[in-house]
Ligand binder design. Structure first.
Ligand code: SAM
Length: 289
């Protein structure tokens, strides 16, 4: 690992011109032993990969990420340097995620939200259900969570580690396999009830929280509203154009509550990261009464 050295320095050492260096990526993520980088118009990929490995001595592989596609969010990527093995274990705030980045996605930009979901369970971000609700912050009664789009356990694992009982649904078989493996890896297998299924087909009721970590979450709001207890909270993710903040995500939740004859109190709303030009990945926390 070359501390104090930058990627442009290393590329210059390899004979790259200033114009070529301009086209190199300005950011990347280290996930376990894999450097994950998005290349737009970068020349000399293999050399770029070697330079990134030199910069990050702890990494073994550089994977160029081209995007994710389809409902199952399957990544499109290729190894450009190092060990062709892309299976790794990534540790974040003490949670261990085993994953193969060629098979399943991982969003570095959602790190703070993964931590926040653990904090809401630990009671550091305010109670889920106020007195009179179905459960509460009573340490004796674990919160019950429905994670509708669980993936490899992005939110399920930190929430279970913080003390919640989580029903997790995931339709992608590769993600589901890691979800099960990761529950064991984090010693929360007794707190996680996982289903390889469409979340609409999993029978859940009167949970304290529903996590909807999927850009198309709004299409599943009726399921979420019917699963949540009176006074419980639904955490709804969306990719929202700047001009539609916050009317569109809030309106969609209000409409779903209306259809079920229930009320809504918006508890929080946050931008998580930039999704694309002019579009934000947001989350709205809505208490359903
Ligand atoms: N916010 C990012 C996005 O939308 O691209 C991350 C999404 S990832 C956590 C969403 C996960 O939901 C994927 O693993 C996908 O396979 C899963 N998924 C999609 N539709 C589903 C459904 N109807 N039931 C259960 N899981 C589903």
């Amino acid at each position: 690992e070359r501390r104090g050295t930058t990627l442009p320095d290393l590329l210059a050492e390899r004979g790259w011109s200033d114009a070529e260096i301009e086209r190199a990526p300005g950011s990347w993520a280290v996930i376990g032993s894999v450097v994950l980088v998005t290349l737009e118009d970068c020349p000399r990929e293999a050399e770029l990969g070697d330079a990134l490995l030199e910069l990050h001595g702890e990494a073994d592989t550089v994977l160029a990420h081209e995007g994710v596609s389809g409902e199952r969010r399957e990544p499109d990527s290729r190894v450009i340097a190092g060990d062709p093995t892309t299976e790794t274990i990534h540790t974040e705030h003490g949670t261990r995620y085993a994953l193969d980045l060629r098979e399943v996605m991982f969003s570095p930009g959602n790190k703070a939200e993964r931590a926040r979901m653990a904090d809401v369970i630990a009671g550091e971000v305010g109670p889920a259900v106020e007195t009179g609700g179905s459960a509460g912050t009573d340490a004796e009664t674990p919160e019950r969570v429905f994670d509708m789009f669980a993936g490899i356990g992005y939110f399920t694992l930190p929430m279970a580690r913080a003390g919640a009982d989580v029903v997790a649904a995931e339709i992608n078989p590769a993600s589901y396999r890691y979800l099960i493996e990761n529950a064991v890896l984090n010693d929360v297998q007794d707190r996680v009830e996982a289903y390889r299924a469409d979340c609409r087909d999993v029978e859940v009721d009167a949970v304290d929280r529903v996590v909807m970590g999927y850009y198309e979450a709004h299409e599943y709001l009726d399921t979420a509203v019917s699963a949540v207890a009176s006074g419980g909270v639904v955490h709804v993710h969306e990719a929202t154009p700047e001009v539609e903040l916050w009317d569109r995500p809030v309106g969609r939740i209000e409409d779903a509550a209306d259809r079920a004859g229930r009320g809504v109190e918006i508890e929080g709303r946050r931008k998580i990261k930039s999704h694309s030009e002019g579009v934000w990945h947001v989350v709205v926390d809505a208490r359903i009464v």
